[in-house]
Write a protein that binds this ligand. Sequence first.
Ligand code: ATP
Ligand code: MG
Length: 114
Amino acid sequence: MTAGDLLLLEGELGSGKTTFVRGLARGLGSVDAVQSPTFTLVRIYKGRIPLAHVDLFRLQSATELADLGLEELLDQAVVAVEWGDRLAADDARARRLKFDVTGPDERRIRILRS
Ligand SMILES: Nc1ncnc2c1ncn2[C@@H]1O[C@H](COP(=O)(O)OP(=O)(O)OP(=O)(O)O)[C@@H](O)[C@H]1O
Ligand SMILES: [Mg+2]
């Protein structure tokens, strides 16, 4: 992972998107607490490489990267977006991961586009 990497995370409620971001933050060397952004759309965790954590669950209508200020963030951070399928722009840089609930304690993560 490096600054400029954009991960769009899709999947139903409770499918493991935030948990995945928590692991990603640890992998990037951050010790910050990872929780879904609630009142803000974006939280930034410090680490070897900064990680911007975006959650579009409350977004009313499809939005583009630029509207969220993500273009600037991508210059210096890895950007992971929960409910990333709500982004209108299908950015060429984006990797898409799909999360599915396969059992009470089991999740499946598929790469839709790497
Ligand atoms: N890989 C996994 N294996 C087993 N359980 C998991 C896994 N990932 C997440 N969970 C469990 O699923 C629940 C929901 O996880 P999480 O909050 O990460 O989902 P989410 O997709 O971010 O949900 P939301 O749509 O509400 O944002 C938690 O109880 C978590 O412990
Ligand atoms: Mg979440």
